[in-house]
Design a protein around this ligand. Structure first.
Ligand code: FES
Length: 204
């Protein structure tokens, strides 16, 4: 009787141990999966929504920052190699409208730049990095303008503004979209088109 009872007790203890071990395995498996998902989320960030531009052809470009913020860009203020961040006038509350305007030598441009969207060496691209959406910066080489470039310092993507802002290095998956600009009669700069491609983060 005692043996029989001990046998039953032993079986119960065995089952309890097995359940406990199974529970621990499930819990640690769930924990590992959670860590894996968290890691994947960091490595493969979600595509951010909301980058919808409201730029229209004819909109005048104004400085996006600095002492001249809000005032129109004038072609005469630019030397070859200069670059600024700009918004369409009255539309600065939408970050998708931020562009980088650069003046290069006309002879510097090569494919796939849309030459018909440039004027007198002025070219404009979306200033929102196609990786995770940081604002790009201009890195000027005063000795050799051809060696100047656009860089996103968040993860060090380098874009070539003389070649359609194609990616030279770094994690950004696409070039910065170009948008048409021209010098208007009174010397200010105006947009002439929509963006040539998607803007904002393109990582999905
Ligand atoms: S956000 Fe620009 S390189 Fe990552």
């Amino acid at each position: 009787m005692v043996d029989a009872m001990e046998g039953t007790k032993g079986e119960k203890t065995g089952i309890t141990r097995r359940r406990f071990t199974l529970g621990m395995l499930i819990a640690s498996g769930a924990g590992a999966l959670g860590s894996l998902f968290a890691l994947l989320k960091v490595l493969v960030p979600e595509k951010k929504a909301g980058y919808v531009t409201t730029i229209q052809p004819g909109d005048r470009l104004v400085y996006a920052k600095g002492g001249n913020m809000g005032t129109p860009l004038r072609a005469s203020s630019f030397n070859v190699g200069d670059a600024v961040l700009a918004f369409p006038a009255g539309k600065s509350s939408n970050p998708a409208n931020l562009v980088q305007v650069i003046r290069l030598k006309e002879t510097q441009f090569g494919p796939p730049t849309h030459l018909d969207l440039t004027d007198q060496g002025f070219v404009a691209y979306s200033a929102i990095c196609t990786h995770l959406g940081c604002t790009v910066s201009w890195v000027e080489n005063q000795q050799a303008h051809a060696a100047s470039f656009t860089e996103c310092f968040c993860h060090n993507t380098i874009f070539d503004p003389a070649r359609g802002a194609k990616v030279l290095s770094g994690p950004a998956p696409l070039p910065l979209a170009q948008i048409g600009i021209k010098v208007a009669e009174e010397g200010t700069l105006v947009f002439t088109s929509q963006f040539t491609g998607p803007i904002g983060p393109q990582v999905s």
